[in-house]
Design a protein around this ligand. Structure first.
Ligand SMILES: O=C([O-])[C@@H](O)[C@@H](O)[C@H](O)[C@@H](O)C(=O)[O-]
Ligand SMILES: [Mg+2]
Length: 415
């Protein structure tokens, strides 16, 4: 029986452009923790998760109780995680996301165990999740308002995007390079009328593309209803226009556009109130905080039962997570929206190149054993040193914004 012998947790920092959002601006580096589970017969499983200090401490606490675990005992993993942690609220994703820390800690270890299982069996993770219902997984172009450079830094390849023309220019570059056929605009940065103008400019420039906008709860209920009526027939869903399940339900009662969320339904106990009030019509899954790949499929089954659409959320991530997201989306029949990904925004990674490529906006499901990606030990060491040197120990878009715009406060429910 193959058992865990050793756990390695490596926090890393990777370069991140000055992407604007409702709570501020991305710092020069985004953080992730790379998980390596070693077995007594020489296999290594990979996982990827957040790297905020409190989360890292929880990961370490669980790492101490994993040696000896049978790599096929996923229920045993969940028991060990819950024995070590208590459920509760925690900020893990940069926005104020109150997720269950146990599910957030469970996820990278579950992904790593599935990677080992696949390597032991000679099968890709998608086969362990029920088999592929699609061989390629579509992703969406994730557009951001952004500065040309971080303060004092060199301009990046994307340049400035602070108006509709800049957003269309960014979209054109990203779609030419990746072939995306769906587009998501990250809003909550400028007054709604400006962001509606940007969405209309995207619709005019890319008439065949599916569009969505996500202001991360920057709007009131009334503004959300007004914008939804203006964008009727233009966008495929409106993501998190306003805070709370109650707020979204109030908007849903007054609009025909599907409402989507990754902010008010982010744990299993949020589903019942959301369904009872018809507050959302699309849930964005995210295995990083729904407890891993299999619990994400549990979420998919619940969404299917209650007629909720299913999409996929992204935070800034690296290739191990892209592989896991691709295997999950390939094996989940009702995950029919193009998935979010921040992947085009990064210039560094910890996996060897050549497996995860975007073609026509989609990623081919890796067919190698397990996740199908290989760790680049040198890159891991370089990005770990970058973590040590950069001094960032949790994501804080707001404080960083205040170094440029003193007195800045988040735009939540501002307009
Ligand atoms: O809410 C979302 O969909 C975002 O993906 C959010 O979780 C990110 O943290 C945010 O958009 C960002 O990357 O700036
Ligand atoms: Mg969102």
């Amino acid at each position: 029986m193959t058992r865990i012998s050793r756990v390695e947790l490596t926090p890393v920092a990777f370069a991140d452009p000055p992407l604007l959002n409702v709570v501020g601006v991305h710092e020069p580096y985004a953080l992730r923790t790379i998980v390596q589970l070693h077995t007594d017969d020489g296999l290594v499983g990979l996982g990827e998760t957040y790297a905020a200090d409190d989360h890292l401490e929880r990961l370490k606490a669980v790492a101490d109780v994993l040696p000896g675990l049978d790599v096929f005992d996923l229920n045993g993993l969940r028991r060990r995680v819950r024995d070590v942690l208590t459920a509760g609220g925690a900020q893990v994703g940069g926005m104020l996301n109150l997720q269950d820390p146990a599910d957030v800690v469970l996820s990278p270890y579950e992904v790593a165990l599935l990677d080992i299982q696949g390597k032991a069996l000679g099968r890709p993770v998608v086969d362990l999740l029920g088999g592929a219902v699609r061989e390629t997984v579509p992703f969406s172009a994730y557009l951001f308002y952004k500065w040309a450079a971080h303060p004092g830094g060199d301009a990046d390849e994307w340049g400035e995007a602070l108006d509709p023309d800049g957003i269309v220019r960014q979209a054109r570059k990203m779609i030419e390079e990746y072939g995306f056929s769906a587009i998501k605009l990250k809003g909550g940065v400028f007054p709604p009328a400006d962001e509606v103008e940007a969405v209309r400019a995207l619709a005019a420039a890319f008439p065949g593309h599916k569009l969505r906008i996500d202001p991360n709860c920057a709007w009131t209920v009334d503004t959300s209803v007004k914008v939804s009526r203006e964008l009727e027939g233009v966008i495929e869903y409106l993501e998190d226009p306003t805070p709370t399940i109650e707020g979204m339900a109030a908007v849903a009662r007054q609009t025909d556009i599907p409402l989507a969320t990754n902010m008010c339904v982010i744990a299993f106990d949020h589903l019942k109130p959301a369904v009872l009030t018809d507050a959302v019509q699309v849930v964005l899954s995210d295995h990083h905080y729904w407890g891993g790949l299999r619990r994400s499929q549990l979420l998919a089954g619940i969404c299917d039962t209650f007629g909720l659409g299913l999409s996929m959320h992204s935070n800034s991530h690296l290739g191990i997570s892209l592989a896991a997201m691709t295997h999950l989306a390939a094996a989940t029949p009702n995950l029919t929206y193009a998935c979010d990904t921040h992947y085009p925004w990064k210039t560094e990674d910890v996996i060897k190149p050549g497996v995860l490529a975007f073609e026509d906006g989609s990623v081919q499901v890796p067919r190698g054993p397990g996740l199908g990606v290989e760790l680049d030990e040198d890159a891991l060491g370089t990005l770990h040193q970058q973590y040590l040197d950069c001094g960032i120990r949790k994501r804080d878009d707001t404080t960083y914004m205040r170094t440029v715009v003193p007195g800045f406060s988040p735009n939540t429910a501002r307009w």
